[in-house]
Design a protein around this ligand. Sequence first.
Ligand code: NAD
Length: 365
Amino acid sequence: MQAFESITEMGHEQVVFCHDKATGLKAIIAIHDTTLGPALGGTRMWDYANSDAALFDVLRLSRGMTYKAACAGLNLGGGKAVIIGDAKKMKSEALFRAFGRFVNSLGGRYITAEDVNIGVSDIEQVAAETNYVTGVTSRPGGSGDPSPVTAWGVFFGIKATVKQRLGKDSLRGLKVAVQGIGNVGSHLCEYLHQEGAQLIVSDIDQEKLKLMASKYSAKIVEGPAIYSTECDVFAPCALGAIINDETIPMFKFSVIAGGANNQLLDENKHGKILKDKNILYAPDYVINAGGLINVYNELRGYNAEVARKQAEGIYKTLLTVYSEADRLAISTLAASNAVAERRINTVKAVTGFKHTYDNQSWIRR
Ligand code: NAD
């Protein structure tokens, strides 16, 4: 991969290659866009086949964070970091502290958090070297597990999508199929049940399914049967890439609204097919922004109620996205990208070239 060509094509401001000989740390920090605020995004640890694959991943993920924050109305830019290596073998306090020093060297342009293979205890070690960290539980005001707020935002996103597609204000009596009863899916089931929705659930973990059946009278379906279930709403809350050439022909629902990341195998192709089939798709990064909203609130002094209230704003954001999709006759994902880009460009015009935020004011001491 030609590094500068890729960075230029994807519009990144800064990409930092980090190497520490003593610990073997090899990491890449990508700052995509800081027009709206400091670039926030988690650190992922992965045994990439080569440095090109790591660079491609961090460029793609950090750009995604720019769009997510912009659409959610947050004053945050997009960033992400990857540490290259086997998380089972390479983790050490020294490695994470070395990484923390690189994060600190960016002076707050990039703020990190947990991501795939990086847990709270790892981030605590990063935080020994830098304040530019979120998701740290040992400091006062930590926001803790984001899943309840993510699920709360997904719940309001489902309500918005149902309002738009089915013209209903309530989910009472509607059949909602939830794929994945993990951190997000289990909270979502609780909120849906409270609203009076009928639940259909699928997971690879039978214990989780039994719990949903006993608590919420949920109907259990096995494996791929979830894709052909007769229901009003499909809420993917497990895996990515589950909307693809194989699954779309099975769909019998007209609303897809769930918390999983990267639901479309091919964003352009499958986004368009859903549009043509009149299936309303809630763009994943818009509907699952509750987790980011939660850590954003940590930066401002965490209050769980404020974070939940802000996550409810996903309802209005999605209605804006749907009206934009109708107006321009484009897929909902293309519309959310347009909404995000418009906000960034508007703020860019106001602030002249780039942001004028004071880095230090973002960080709790
Ligand atoms: P999780 O690991 O707690 O839950 C995932 C669940 O999916 C598990 O119960 C797992 O058994 C199940 N699962 C795995 N393979 C499956 C399959 N083939 N069929 C059905 N179920 C299967 O993860 P989570 O934190 O709940 O996150 C779920 C999704 O939401 C992920 O895509 C994640 O990236 C996204 N997300 C999560 C948050 C958050 O706050 N946790 C925020 C934004 C996005």
